[in-house]
Write a protein that binds this ligand. Structure first.
Ligand code: MN
Length: 142
């Protein structure tokens, strides 16, 4: 409850989490869990993708609402890739393949709203958008 403040590139008083263990399938991503109020069916997270970084290419049943609040980057949804910048709202529907990438020189930061209870992402092959084999799967969190 109350006010959480983003100042000088940081959420004051909140822990910065590594998105997940480093892998060739993602890089340079951090996460801050901003809010999951008691009784709410949703959660709000803040992700930051460093220059050259990218999230995993994945799909899942739950949807994402993303609001970019700093920097410039790109999002791939299905086979389409679009540039995104501050105040853009990105909607990712159920089972749409998606990946956030930062080819720029400053950090890309965005808020992400998700269901509090959600299914696990399935990692996808970047050429075919088909699921990777089970050996290449691992737990992930966007
Ligand atoms: Mn996702």
């Amino acid at each position: 409850m109350g006010v959480k403040r983003f100042r000088d590139g940081e959420w004051q008083g909140l822990e910065v989490l590594t998105y997940k263990e480093k892998s060739e399938r993602w890089a340079g991503v951090t996460r801050v869990d901003l809010a999951q109020p008691d009784g709410a069916a949703f959660a709000v997270r803040y992700f930051e993708v460093a220059p050259g970084g990218f999230t995993s290419l994945e799909k899942h049943e739950h949807v994402h609402l993303v609001v970019v609040i700093r920097g410039v980057g790109e999002v791939q949804i299905g086979e389409e890739t679009t540039t995104i910048t501050a105040f853009d709202l990105v909607e990712i529907g159920a089972n749409q393949p998606h990946q956030f990438r930062n080819p720029g020189s400053e950090s890309l930061g965005f808020l992400c709203v998700v269901d509090a209870q959600r299914d696990r992402p399935i990692l996808l092959d970047s050429d075919t958008l088909e699921p990777l084999d089970r050996l290449n799967q691992s737990s992930c969190e966007i």
